[in-house]
Design a protein around this ligand. Structure first.
Ligand code: ZN
Ligand code: ZN
Length: 335
C-alpha cells in the first residue's frame, strides 16, 4: 500500500510502499477513505522541538480519518467488515487510575495514532476496536474525518458551559472556527473570534461569529472590554495574556492552544483576585464528546472548512497549503 511516513529524524516526509498491516486479535483493519491534515502533522513534518522529543521514525503519520472496516481481529465483536468508521486517536490502556476514574482520554499510558504508532496517511491502518466510532452514514468521508478535531472544539466549549454567556475565542485555526459554531449552537449569547487571517475570519463569520477581530490590524483591548468566557485556542503568548486581561471577575478561561514555551501569568491579579476558573482541555471524552459531536453535526455544516481535497501522493502540497494559511482543512484521499 501507499503511505506517507517520517523515515529519518529530519524535516520532511516520504511517500512509501509498505505491506498492508495485519490486525491483532483486538484490532480492525480500516480502508482509509479520507484523512485530514492537522497541526500535529505539520509539527512532525517540520520536525520541531516537540516532534524531536516524541517521534521515533520510521512512522506513518496522520490521525484524523474516516474509512471502512476491511478485516477484523479474532476477538473483535462489536464491528464487522464494511462498517463505516472513524477513530478516537487517543489509545488508552483501560487499567490505569485515570482510565478507571472515567478519563481514558488522558490515560497515564496514553498513545496517539500517527504519533506513537502508525497513522492514517495510508491506504490502510490498524486500530484497536475500543477506539472505533461508527459514523453517521449521512456524513461524507471528507466531513466524517473532521469529527476528531471537531471533538476537540466540542470538548472545549462544553467544558466552559457557555449558555447565555459572552464568549471570546482566540485562534482562527480550524478548531477555533469549529468552536464558534458549537458555542452558538450551545446557547452562547455572543461569540467573538480573534485571529490573524482574513480568509479564516471570514469563514468564522459564516460559521456564526457575531464579530471577528484581526489582531494584526485591530486592537483587541480597545474592542473587547470584558467577557465572561475565554476559549484560548491559539497557543499564542500574546493571546493568552489578552485573554486573562479581558476576563471579568468570576470568568472562565479554557486553555486548549499549545504555546511553544512557558508563558508568565500574573496569578494574583489575573486569577486569584478575579476568582476565575482556569481549566485545561485536551482530546475528547471517550465517547460522550463524539456523541454530542454527532448531534451537533446535524445542525452544523463543516463543508466551508474543507478548502482542498487532494490525492495522498500530493501530501506535500497539502502540508504547504495548510502551513501558508492558503487552506483551512486539507483532506487527503488515499484511494
Ligand atoms: Zn489532529
Ligand atoms: Zn490508562
Amino acid at each position: 500500500m501507499k503511505a506517507v511516513a517520517k523515515l529519518t529524524p529530519v524535516p520532511g516526509a516520504a511517500l512509501i510502499d509498505v505491506k498492508v498491516p495485519t490486525p491483532m486479535p483486538q484490532e480492525v483493519l480500516i480502508r482509509v477513505a479520507a484523512t485530514s491534515i492537522c497541526g500535529t502533522d505539520l509539527h512532525i513534518y517540520d520536525w520541531n522541538k516537540w516532534a524531536q522529543g516524541r517521534i521515533n521514525p520510521p512512522l506513518i503519520i496522520g490521525h484524523e480519518l474516516a474509512g471502512y472496516v476491511e478485516e477484523i481481529g479474532s476477538e473483535v465483536d462489536s464491528f464487522s467488515v464494511g462498517d463505516y468508521v472513524s477513530a478516537e486517536t487517543h489509545l488508552y490502556c483501560g487499567h490505569c487510575k485515570t482510565c478507571c476514574n472515567g478519563k481514558p482520554h488522558i490515560c497515564d499510558n496514553l498513545r496517539i495514532i500517527g504519533v506513537d504508532c502508525n497513522g492514517s496517511f495510508a491506504q490502510y491502518l490498524t486500530v484497536p476496536e475500543n477506539v472505533l466510532w461508527k459514523n453517521d452514514p449521512s456524513l461524507p468521508p471528507e466531513i466524517a474525518t473532521l469529527q476528531e478535531p471537531f471533538g476537540n472544539a466540542v470538548h472545549t466549549v462544553q467544558t466552559a458551559d457557555v449558555v447565555g454567556k459572552r464568549v471570546v475565542i482566540f485562534g482562527d485555526g480550524p478548531i477555533g472556527i469549529m468552536a464558534v459554531s458549537i458555542a452558538k449552537a450551545e446557547g452562547a449569547e455572543t461569540v467573538l473570534l480573534v485571529g490573524l487571517s482574513d480568509v479564516r475570519l471570514e469563514i468564522g463569520l459564516a460559521m456564526g461569529a457575531d464579530e471577528v477581530i484581526n489582531a494584526r490590524r485591530e486592537s483587541v483591548a480597545e474592542i473587547i472590554k470584558h467577557t465572561e468566557v475565554v476559549l484560548e485556542m491559539s497557543g499564542s503568548p500574546i493571546a493568552i495574556k489578552q485573554g486573562f486581561n479581558l476576563l471579568e471577575n468570576g470568568g472562565i478561561f479554557i486553555a486548549f492552544g499549545l504555546p511553544d514555551a512557558p508563558v508568565p501569568i500574573d496569578i494574583s491579579e489575573e486569577i486569584v483576585f478575579k476568582e476565575i476558573t482556569v481549566k485545561g482541555v485536551v482530546g475528547r471524552e471517550i465517547f460522550s464528546t463524539w456523541e454530542r459531536g454527532q448531534q451537533l453535526l446535524q445542525q452544523i455544516n463543516l463543508a466551508p472548512l474543507v478548502t482542498h481535497q487532494l490525492p495522498l501522493a500530493e501530501y506535500e502540497r497539502g502540508i504547504k497549503l495548510q502551513k501558508n494559511y492558503e487552506a483551512v482543512k486539507v483532506i487527503l484521499l488515499p484511494h
